[in-house]
Design a protein around this ligand. Structure first.
Ligand SMILES: [Zn+2]
Length: 213
């Protein structure tokens, strides 16, 4: 909250680079992979995956100063998968529309154990904030991956119980599952990113208009 968000650098399968700002730390964590079919995006299967995320995310941590054990990595994946289900549920409400993604929806239905997983992570010691000599916010280093995951879990609890809980949304593009929180005043954000899904949609709409005229 005290650090301005710049967004995560993303790489599309077609090689395009773009920036995704989901509006919250815990939602940034979801791009590291997920349960079920989302496992194809998995990056937390090796310490380097988490280290890259630490530097790219709004935490802006020096990965060399964060201890990442195999056990912590496994715990990070469990918490992330639990968060996916809880956040997906918050984005869609409890009544899921039946559609051709029914299989994927089943993978993303939260259980009480998911909330317990998030709460357990949040109960561990988080990263410790400090004020730098130039007055800016930074995190005390060295730190370890458990602290990072605790900080992510606490951020998720703040988001899910806070004023923007009903502004958690999935990108409107049909084939995009990225989740963001719309903190804009008008509250009309539809896309993970204007430069990606937003522009694709605009192009399609233009083409459709042209073909019908
Ligand atoms: Zn999108």
């Amino acid at each position: 909250m005290s650090v301005p968000a710049t967004g995560l650098p993303m790489h599309s399968r077609d090689g395009a680079r773009w920036i995704f700002d989901p509006g919250a730390l815990c939602l940034e964590f979801l791009v590291t992979g997920g349960p079920g079919p989302l496992a194809r995006w998995e990056t937390l299967d090796r310490p380097e995956g988490l280290r890259t995320w630490l530097a790219d995310s709004r935490l802006h941590l020096d990965p060399a100063q964060v201890d990442v054990t195999v056990a912590a990595l496994a715990s990070a994946r469990r918490v992330r998968d639990a968060l996916w289900r809880v956040v997906h549920d918050a984005a869609h409400g409890t009544t899921h529309e039946a559609d051709d993604d029914a299989g994927e929806e089943a993978e993303l239905t939260p259980t009480p154990e998911d909330l317990a997983e998030v709460n357990r992570a949040a109960a561990r010691p988080p990263l410790v904030p400090r004020i730098a000599a130039d007055g800016t916010h930074e995190w005390t280093l060295p730190a370890d991956a458990e602290q990072v995951v605790s900080t992510v879990a606490r951020d998720a609890i703040d988001l899910l119980t806070g004023p923007y809980a009903d502004r958690i949304r999935e990108c409107d593009a049909h084939n995009c599952q990225l989740v963001f929180v719309d903190t804009s005043r008008p509250g009309r954000r539809r896309w993970c990113s204007m430069e990606r899904c937003g522009n694709r949609h605009k192009l399609r709409a233009l083409r459709a208009r042209r073909d019908h005229s």
